[in-house]
Design a protein around this ligand. Structure first.
Ligand code: NAP
Ligand code: F7E
Length: 347
């Protein structure tokens, strides 16, 4: 039987690397684009890298960029993928306030470049397209969110992603392209970028417990996120692409936890109980036993606009596709701390 061909933007990122592994296990041929960088940026996929000389290789990397329409069209036309996963993005919300134009170009117009390239392909009716949409598009509504909730973005990242969300729907309706949105709430893993709060915390906790660092500096302790496991979310992406028709789905856990709680659980894993003292910028977290201050707030990590509370409802994808998250929040935090500890001990 002919092997399915996938094309992944963002293959070097957290989700892209996990998705590539999932698809290779399902016997796909996987193509991905990597950006030119002055140092190697493929460490998340080094374990599945296959030599160019290997005639039966099923992972093929190409130089490419979501800001470069010409190469995107040429690649799609040459590769003729069955499934395209658009996971490439400047994905950091705080950094989108610092580089708003670049974020809009990659996250918003990058999606349009791909969709428009697809609409010009002879085989456009047989290609499936997945867009990595985000819960950030909802903004600050402080209620449980689903596919019918309104969108009120409060960051350049969120507005760029909303542009991509709408164009995905528009190209579906206008050109009959199989184009689906996964509206994903936060999802984490040991492969998460080190400047997101989850990985930043678990890495710092591992370092503190081994005496390699003194303090974890953070921003807003009081925001709530619906945190799931990235391994479960890439499974949802694939399932959305196998569904009989294109549609939009919330991918979430139906639970929410504060940043403060994340930090407490991470420290608990290494036997440290955190007690909080003070308010706002002066709040600190100290170890109950030793009274040592281990967590401090630094205003540099606050955003010009904050999304205070996110909680999703995954009923639709559960009912229509049968997906549900498998990993609990506590297990996820523990797994991330254990990974970071092991990595440091093996250094
Ligand atoms: P990530 O780890 O930051 O990975 C982003 C990927 O995009 C990396 O491979 C990165 O390449 C690539 N990229 C950045 N700029 C690019 C450009 N100009 N052209 C081509 N590729 C580019 O993000 P993630 O956590 O895996 O998230 C995957 C997708 O889901 C993103 O679109 C994100 O916005 C979205 N999303 C994520 C979450 C979440 O909680 N993780 C939730 C909702 C939506 P480099 O490795 O070279 O930097
Ligand atoms: O922040 C607070 C911060 O940067 C989570 C991306 O994958 O999920 C992610 O965006 C919360 C925020 O993720 C620090 O203010 C406190 O309230 O880990 P984060 P995010 O902004 O929610 C969405 C769904 C995406 O689509 C994005 O691509 O934690 N926070 N102190 C902090 N955040 C960071 N990064 N660093 C801190 O020191």
């Amino acid at each position: 039987m002919k092997k399915k061909i996938a094309f992944i933007t963002g293959i070097t990122g957290q989700d892209g690397s996990l998705l590539a592994k999932l698809l290779l296990n399902k016997n796909y041929i996987v193509h991905g684009i990597k950006r030119r960088a002055s140092s190697f940026n493929t460490k998340r996929i080094d374990s599945i890298y296959q030599d160019h000389q290997n005639k039966s290789k099923r992972l093929i990397l190409h130089y490419g960029d979501l800001t470069d329409s010409l190469s995107l069209y040429d690649l799609l036309n040459k590769i003729k993928p069955d499934e395209i996963y658009n996971l490439g993005a400047q994905s950091h919300v705080a950094i989108s306030f610092i580089n708003p134009e670049y974020t809009t170009n990659v996250d918003g117009i990058g999606n349009l470049r791909l969709l428009d390239a697809i609409s010009k392909l002879k085989f456009k009716k047989s290609v499936k397209f997945f867009q990595a949409s985000t819960s950030e598009m909802y903004g600050n509504q402080k209620k449980t969110l689903n596919e019918d909730s309104i969108f009120e973005p409060v960051s350049p990242y969120a507005s760029a992603k909303l542009l991509a969300y709408w164009n995905t729907k528009i190209y579906r309706q206008a050109y009959g392209i199989f184009a689906s949105n996964g509206i994903m709430f936060n999802h984490e893993s040991s492969q998460r970028g080190e400047n997101f709060i989850s990985k930043k915390t678990t890495k710092a906790v591992a370092e503190i417990s081994l005496g390699l660092r003194d303090i974890l500096y953070v921003g807003n302790l009081n925001s709530y996120r619906d945190w799931g496991y990235a391994g479960d979310y890439v499974e949802a992406m694939w399932k959305i692409m196998q569904y009989k028709k294109p549609d939009d789905f919330v991918i979430a856990t139906n639970k929410t936890h504060s940043v403060r709680r994340f930090i407490e659980i991470a420290f608990k894993r290494v036997g440290i109980k955190i007690i909080w003292k003070g308010k706002g910028i002066n709040e600190v977290g100290f170890e109950k036993k030793s009274k040592k201050i281990l967590v401090k707030v630094d205003k540099i990590y606050f955003r010009p606009n904050e999304v205070e509370y996110l909680k999703g409802n995954y009923s639709k994808i559960n009912k229509l596709i049968g997906w549900k998250p498998k990993m609990t929040f506590e297990k996820l935090v523990n797994k991330m701390v254990d990974y970071d500890l092991k990595k440091l001990k093996n250094k």
